[in-house]
Every structure is written in structure tokens, then in C-alpha cells.
Design a binder for this molecule. Structure first.
Ligand code: T5A
Length: 215
């Protein structure tokens, strides 16, 4: 029996990290946050995000985020196969949505950045989550959360485009994504809702099924 791979996606400051931490504590799961800034590739990504003077082509930045996921792919699979759950905070959907949003916002005119096929291709072969939750809330409420304005993509106008890009990607993907509306909900309420959703879809039990991959 293996553990399940549970992904929490959402916009900046939607509460992903808070909820991923609570969930991984409850399940005694391995918690992985992407970008994982502690790896070799992750340290370049960190520099790129925090320092607006760092120049990388948009394609390079996109491929680095994917490479960062590949850096941890084996340890994700090994952990699942040992029967432990893995909770991820962001994954390939963030990778596609933020890069696509660069193109949709006029920030990149390169055709690759407007092609979901191109953006998706470096992630093919990565382990596929058993369950994906997307935390969604109004941009107005999101704007009131603490800590805005410090990193590269943290502008309200950009987040609006990111949100529409996530919606576009989820419509194309046959992999079921469970949307969780967190408007007007405090942290414990969101956590309770997440647990009840996971219970209702049978995501809290180990499984005999082999790990699926993105194809
Ligand atoms: N990116 C990422 C890409 O471009 N490509 C990729 O492939 C990937 C993986 C950094 C950037 O990288 C981009 C996307 C990002 O712009 P990040 O490190 O995940 O990615 O950055 P953030 O999403 O900004 O991460 P945060 O940790 O800041 O946001 P979270 O995790 O959504 O929010 P969280 O839990 O830290 O909460 C933010 C604040 O809100 C409060 C918290 O206490 C905290 O103060 N809060 C609530 N307040 C009220 N009600 C609630 N229900 C609350 N829940 C949390």
C-alpha cells in the first residue's frame, strides 16, 4: 500500500502554505513547497523571485521551475511507496499558470509562453497527484492579506490574470480538481473544510494503485 499525493494550489496569499502545513501535520505527511528554494535550482529561483534586477529569459525561468520539481520527484515517489502521504504546496499547475499569465499580461511576446503545450511539456513524466485542491477567493479579500508586494509576481493586476489562467488550465485537464471557496473563512474553518472534502472523496486512505504520471 502506498501513501497519497495531495496537492494544494492557489493564488499568492490564498493560504496554501498555512493549509499545507496543517494538513501535513494531521497526516504526518512529507510536506514539499514549490518552488523548493533550498535545492541548487531552487536557490536560483529564489534569487530571481526576490531580486527584480536578476535577468533570465522567460523560457529559462519556466524551465527552472520545472527542473526544481524534477529535483524532488524521486523523493516524492520513494516516500509514497513507503506508505507515507506527501502534501505539496504548488506544483505544475502553478508552473503553467504563472508563465501563461506573463504572456497574457503582455509581459512576454514569445510564442512559447503562450502555448500551454510548450509550457506543460517539461513536466511530463512527473508523479501525478491523487487529489488536487485549488483554494479560490475574491481578489479584493486576497488584497487584504499580509505580506504583499515583496516578490516578482505579487501585483493585484497580475494575480487577476493568473486566476483566469488557472481556470483555463483546469478546464482543459481531465484530472479532477476540487475547488475550495475560502472567502470569509478563517484558518480553522478552511482546514475543516479541506479535511471533510478529502474524506468525502476517499483521499485519506492508503491505496494499492500505482503512482500515475503526467503524460
Ligand atoms: N511560481 C511558482 C511560478 O511562477 N512557477 C512555478 O512553477 C511555481 C511552483 C512564489 C512565486 O513563484 C511562482 C508563484 C509565486 O508568485 P510561493 O513561494 O508559493 O511562490 O509564494 P506565495 O504563493 O506568495 O506563497 P505564500 O506562502 O506567500 O502564500 P500562501 O501560501 O498562499 O499563503 P499563506 O498560507 O502563507 O498565507 C498568507 C497570509 O494570509 C494569512 C496567513 O496567516 C498569512 O499572513 N491567511 C489567512 N488570513 C485570513 N483568513 C485565512 N483563511 C487565511 N489563511 C492564511
Amino acid at each position: 500500500m502506498r501513501g497519497k499525493l495531495i496537492l494544494i494550489e492557489g493564488l499568492d496569499r490564498s493560504g496554501k502554505s498555512t493549509q499545507a502545513q496543517i494538513l501535513s501535520d494531521k497526516l504526518d505527511a512529507l510536506l514539499i513547497k514549490f518552488p523548493c528554494r533550498e535545492t541548487k535550482v531552487g536557490s536560483i529561483i529564489n534569487e530571481y523571485l526576490v531580486d527584480s534586477t536578476v535577468k533570465l529569459s522567460d523560457q529559462t525561468a519556466h524551465l527552472l521551475f520545472s527542473a526544481n520539481r524534477w529535483e524532488l520527484a524521486h523523493s516524492i515517489v520513494d516516500t509514497l511507496n513507503k506508505g507515507r502521504f506527501v502534501v505539496m504546496d504548488r506544483y505544475i499547475y502553478s508552473g503553467i499558470a504563472y508563465s501563461l499569465a506573463k504572456s497574457r499580461s503582455g509581459g512576454s511576446s514569445d510564442s512559447e509562453m503562450n502555448s500551454i503545450d510548450w509550457l506543460y511539456s517539461p513536466d511530463k513524466g512527473l508523479p501525478k497527484p491523487d487529489c488536487t485542491l485549488f483554494l479560490t477567493l475574491d481578489l479584493e479579500e486576497l488584497g487584504n492579506r499580509k505580506g504583499w508586494g515583496e516578490e516578482r509576481y505579487e501585483k493585484e493586476s497580475f494575480q487577476k490574470i493568473v486566476k483566469s489562467c488557472f481556470e483555463e488550465i483546469f478546464q482543459l485537464d481531465t484530472h479532477a480538481v476540487t475547488k475550495i471557496d475560502v472567502n470569509n473563512m478563517d484558518i480553522p474553518q478552511v482546514s475543516e473544510l479541506i479535511m471533510s472534502k478529502l474524506e468525502s472523496i476517499g483521499a485519506l486512505q492508503t491505496t494499492e494503485k500505482s503512482i500515475e504520471r503526467f503524460t
